[in-house]
Ligand binder design. Structure first.
Ligand code: ZN
Length: 81
């Protein structure tokens, strides 16, 4: 996608479970950068239960979706040129 460069090498990934779309990109083999939209994930928000979502581990379904996107080469792996 030509506009991915405008997002700093981040690619859109959709959570399989709740359908929320985030921006994700591989910064290294071990580190994945994720930018959440303002709405965030329903699973994440329900597990937060009123606490700041930053204190809650990310939605496992979304993490799986991101991992799969990375494995399938759908993430912009800028570290691996
Ligand atoms: Zn989710």
């Amino acid at each position: 996608m030509s506009d991915s460069s405008l997002l700093g090498g981040l690619s859109g990934v959709t959570c399989d479970q709740c359908g929320v779309a985030v921006l994700a990109g591989k910064r290294s083999a071990m580190q994945t950068s994720v930018q959440w939209p303002s709405g965030s994930c329903a699973v994440l928000l329900s597990s937060a239960a009123g606490r700041p979502p930053a204190l809650v581990p990310t939605c496992g379904f979304l993490r799986d979706s991101i991992d799969r996107a990375a494995h399938e080469g759908r993430l912009d792996a800028s570290y691996d040129s």
